[in-house]
Design a protein around this ligand. Structure first.
Ligand SMILES: [Zn+2]
Length: 322
């Protein structure tokens, strides 16, 4: 049995896969401190194993990565994880080897194998949620890179910034200003709407207001579309993926994939844009499935992968139940 944990900014998803079919699943709110997060993961694993009646391998997708240089978490927008020995602590608490990988990589792996990127050689997976991340799958294997940051477009500056955007570029937790994440995350979208309208609304409320014809809400959505198009055009100029798969809570904005497809030719350096843009197939389950698949089928925790964080070991699998 393979257990996958997707450690999100607001919720933790957990799934137990038995022969790639879900045997049990759980969802809890993410504690906003390190000790609480560790406890929550350990508790979820125990609950899943009790419900399924047996033990399993554990793969965890996190917003960030465990650095190969230090063994500590880096690049996490859930900032209470930064600098923590998450992998070592989990292995000690769970008394078994654990694999930890970037959540966007887990998402991309899942979608590249049997989701919206199925059958495509190059997939750029995008997380638009509490933070903005990305992952690159080439022939159904994650390309991680020596710094483990391949696909991290969220902390590039927003391309083709207007003067207004440059002047009001929000500060990012990473220490820079005007990062893609500060515009395209859920909180970034809400802040942009609040700045222009003077009204604080949730993303959901903005979408509802836009559908009802509210000009401020419609303006916020239009700006969001255009910024996403610009940010993805820069990625396409560099990587030229066959498919861009949209994930995370903001990917549920109505008509988002179509709006991006229509906008791309304006910015991509090509006579025509043949890259397809699609919303993910497996929804909230994609990250957690990819995390479970960090271990090869059979879930033998004594199996190989000395790096402990290499999602490219994925060898196959289908989860038709989600
Ligand atoms: Zn940043």
């Amino acid at each position: 049995m393979r257990i996958g944990i997707d450690l999100g900014g607001t919720k933790i998803e957990a799934i137990a896969l038995d022969a790639d079919a879900p045997a049990a699943r759980r969802r809890v709110a993410t504690p906003r401190d390190y000790a609480g997060t560790l406890d929550a993961i350990v508790r979820l694993v125990a609950e899943l194993e009790r419900e399924a009646g047996r033990g399993g391998s554990v793969g965890v997708g996190i917003p960030g990565v465990v650095s190969r240089a230090t063994g500590l978490v880096k690049n996490a927008n859930s900032t209470w994880l930064i600098g923590q020995p998450l992998l070592a602590d989990l292995e000690a608490r769970l008394a078994r080897p654990v694999r930890v990988a970037n959540d966007a990589n887990c998402f991309t792996l899942s979608e590249a194998i049997d989701g919206a990127g199925r059958g495509s050689e190059t997939v750029f997976g995008v997380i638009l949620g509490t933070g903005v991340g990305g992952g690159i799958a080439i022939r159904q294997r994650i390309h991680e890179g020596p710094n483990q940051i391949a696909g991290e477009w969220g902390h590039n500056p927003l391309p083709w910034m207007t003067e207004e955007e440059r002047a009001a570029a929000p500060e990012c937790y990473c220490g820079k200003c005007g990062c893609v994440e500060t515009f395209l995350s859920g909180p970034g979208f809400e802040r942009d709407h609040a700045l222009r309208s003077g009204t604080v609304r949730s993303s959901r409320e903005i979408v509802r207001a836009a559908a009802a014809g509210d000009p401020h809400a419609m303006g916020a959505l239009e700006r969001y579309h255009d910024r996403l198009v610009r940010a993805l055009a820069a990625v396409i100029n560099l990587l030229d993926p066959e498919v861009v798969v949209l994930g995370g809570g903001m990917s549920n904005l109505p008509g988002l994939a179509a709006a991006v497809s229509v906008g791309l030719p304006r910015y991509v350096f090509s006579d025509a844009v043949l890259t397809s843009v699609a919303v993910n197939v497996h929804g909230d389950s994609s990250g957690v499935r990819g995390a479970a698949w960090l271990w090869p089928s059979g879930g033998d925790p004594s199996g190989s992968d000395p790096s402990g964080s290499d999602p490219s070991v994925k060898t196959g699998g289908r989860d038709s139940g989600t």
